[in-house]
Design a protein around this ligand. Structure first.
Ligand code: AMP
Length: 208
């Protein structure tokens, strides 16, 4: 099954995608994760992407389209894949249509205030990337990763100004995709403002 997960930053796409892809045994393709790894490895893509990401802007379409084209060509995508964070613009959606057939588009719906609260309380391990939340998922020791002992930081794009920019970019660039996929009768909307367990239950029903 080829799935697209849509929703505001902070809607819980990453968390739900991990559970869903394990269940379906398909790769979880998170463009945000791929870009963060490229930045860490200081690849040419990473160097180009960093300034956009840190400010909450989108990385240019041509870079993202090439990245996805290469990724979904790989063998592990033969039985399907889940895209988390792509497409984010109409040109990306149109390019994707030319290279693959999508079976389902799921939107995790949350209010802006919920997204802001989740993102601004998020802490990320500098070493292993594990994520915490100061209220909903605090680490055992403040500022320290339970998993690897690494330092927990606030990602540059989880700072207030960048969060507001990301929400604005979503409204302008990504929201039109909802209508696009609705017209194609591929869209399912799930309330992402509930607990992780409640959301995954609905997600699993929606793909059966
Ligand atoms: P995410 O972890 O999905 O919120 O992505 C983090 C950041 O990576 C975004 O704020 C963008 O700067 C960049 N990014 C991820 N996916 C895309 C995409 N499909 N198009 C453009 N920029 C992207």
């Amino acid at each position: 099954m080829r799935i697209i997960l849509l929703g505001l930053p902070g809607a819980g796409k990453g968390t739900q995608a991990k559970i869903l892809t394990e269940e379906l045994n398909i790769p979880h393709i998170s463009t945000g994760d791929i870009l963060r790894k490229a930045i860490e490895d200081k690849t040419p893509l990473g160097l180009k992407a960093k300034e956009y990401i840190d400010k909450g802007h989108l990385v240019p379409d041509d870079l993202m389209i090439n990245l996805i084209k290469e990724r979904i060509k790989r063998k592990d995508c033969r039985e399907g894949f889940l895209l988390d964070g792509f497409p984010r613009t109409m040109p990306q959606a149109e390019a994707l249509e030319k290279i693959s057939t999508i079976d389902k588009v799921i939107k995790l719906k949350v209010e802006d205030e919920v997204a802001i609260e989740r993102l601004s309380g998020r802490r990320t391990c500098k070493k292993c990337g594990a994520m915490y939340h100061i209220i909903y998922l605090p680490p055992k020791r403040e500022g320290i990763c339970d998993r690897c002992g690494g330092e927990l930081i606030i990602r540059e794009d989880d700072k207030r100004e960048a969060i507001l920019k990301r929400l604005e970019v979503y409204r302008e660039e990504t929201r039109p995709l909802i209508g696009y996929y609705r017209k194609k009768e591929l869209l399912t909307i799930i309330d992402g403002g509930r607990s992780k367990e409640e959301v995954i239950k609905d997600l699993l029903i929606s793909i059966r």
